[in-house]
Ligand binder design. Structure first.
Ligand code: CS2
Ligand code: MG
Length: 405
């Protein structure tokens, strides 16, 4: 089953997505997501110039060998751009294999370990009361786990919420240069314990709460936050401190029993090997698109299982429905799956481009039994929405120092 052609598409139905289509000689095709938020065209060039020419004529069934060829066979390994390219090809090849077998990908990964996939939704508010009202909306929609983020009074555009009460997800593509936000750990510390105290008072103990620190604290500050939040029993605290230094988590872990999650920016198992094998985290959040695809995530999950670490794949809207579907096939067939982040299936335009049969039911995703990944991509629709340069925000301390976003 030789690979005949590989196409790379960029479309912007409200935000940029890079999609790869691998086509075999008999016309079977598979799809992959290669979106790296804010650096999209770098992946397109990497794929078109350096990957596609090497794959034409290769056997589409040789998923592991092609993965090794694109990873081990390249001197410059790792990094978001390289791994998103490897990932997109890998997803597309699993999609093809499923279509040829007439089976959904999860069957090829070992079959179902559960009937549905538990999700956590987002409640982002401009202040505590607004955030709590959003929590109520999530509960009304059937969600049983919710991530709470509130803007911090007195700071410009804090993480999770931007000016004009807009969710930061909506703003992609509307500003030509990175928007700037402000950060103050002191002000954040006044707000966050209060947010969760009020949330527990209003909603009781039966709902799971989560929170994303977005790497803005030093390790010892994260440790303090984890302690302060212990009474409110979080499912996990995400990205408590900078991801690059795995040693940070030794300090945090030493001081708090609040469960810890990290991994959305990791590109390979090497980025989280120490965290996992030293049991410094509870959830690993690597995404199929950014950490080398289904092949790599399956291996990371098996490694994590040995150390009681569960998976909680990144589910932000800058991952396309193809990546989301890849996560669903992994989630349903992975014994140590924990929870999946979910922010909806995208806007109306996006849903005309990416078509799928995944269903939301009572805070869970249910999968249909379509062969492959179960997502289709409408090229004609995609052409209507041109790429727009767009950036994530940057964050500065109140004195102007550039900080983590
Ligand atoms: C966030 C992401 O969903 C999350 O947990 O951290 O929204 C993240 O900021 C973006 O995906 C970055 O591209
Ligand atoms: Mg996050």
């Amino acid at each position: 089953m030789k690979i005949k052609e590989i196409k790379v598409f960029v479309t912007n139905p409200g935000r940029n997505f890079v999609t790869v289509k691998v086509i075999t000689e008999d016309g079977t095709y598979g799809l992959g997501d290669a979106t790296v938020n804010g650096r999209e065209l770098a992946v397109v060039t990497y794929l078109e110039e350096h990957v596609v020419p090497c794959l034409i004529g290769r056997d589409a069934h040789s998923i592991e060998d092609i993965w090794q060829y694109l990873y081990r066979g390249v001197y410059w390994r790792r990094g978001a751009i390289t791994m998103a390219s490897v990932a997109a090809i890998d997803m597309a090849l699993w999609d093809i294999k499923g279509k040829v077998a007439g089976l959904p990908v999860y069957q090829l990964l070992g079959g179902k370990c559960r009937h549905g996939i538990n999700l956590y939704a987002h409640a982002n508010g401009v202040d505590i009361d607004d955030t709590l009202d959003k929590v109520q909306e999530c509960i009304d929609q059937g969600f049983k786990a919710i991530r709470l983020q509130s803007a911090i009074p007195g700071l410009k555009e804090t993480y999770g919420v931007l000016a004009d009460k807009k969710d930061y997800f909506e703003l992609q593509g509307t500003r030509p240069l990175p928007p700037e936000q402000e950060w103050s750990t002191a002000k954040y510390f006044k707000l966050v314990p209060e947010l969760f105290k009020k949330a527990r008072e209003r909603f009781g103990d039966d709902i799971e709460f989560l929170h994303d620190v977005h790497s803005r604290l030093t390790p010892i500050e994260s440790a303090r936050l984890g302690k302060m939040l212990e009474p409110y029993n979080l499912l996990f605290l995400e990205d408590a401190s900078m991801a690059e230094n795995q040693g940070n988590y030794k300090i945090i872990r030493h001081h708090t029993s609040t469960p810890l999650a990290i991994g959305e920016t990791y590109n390979t198992v090497w980025d989280c090997k120490d965290l996992i094998q030293n049991q410094l985290i509870d959830y690993i959040r690597v995404a199929a698109t950014h950490a080398g695809g289904i092949t790599a995530l399956k291996k990371i999950a098996s490694f994590a299982d040995i150390y009681n670490v569960r998976t909680a794949p990144h589910g932000a809207p800058d991952l396309s429905p193809i990546c989301f579907a890849a996560h669903m096939h992994l989630n349903i067939s992975t014994t140590n799956f924990g929870i999946q982040e979910f922010v909806g299936f995208g806007n109306a335009q996006s849903q005309t481009i990416f078509k799928h049969g995944m269903r939301l039911e009572n805070g869970m995703i249910m999968l249909e039994d379509a062969p492959g990944l179960g997502v289709d991509f409408d090229e004609k629709e995609a052409e209507k929405y041109e790429y727009k340069r767009s950036y994530l925000p940057v964050s500065r301390l109140e004195d102007g120092t550039l900080w983590h976003w």
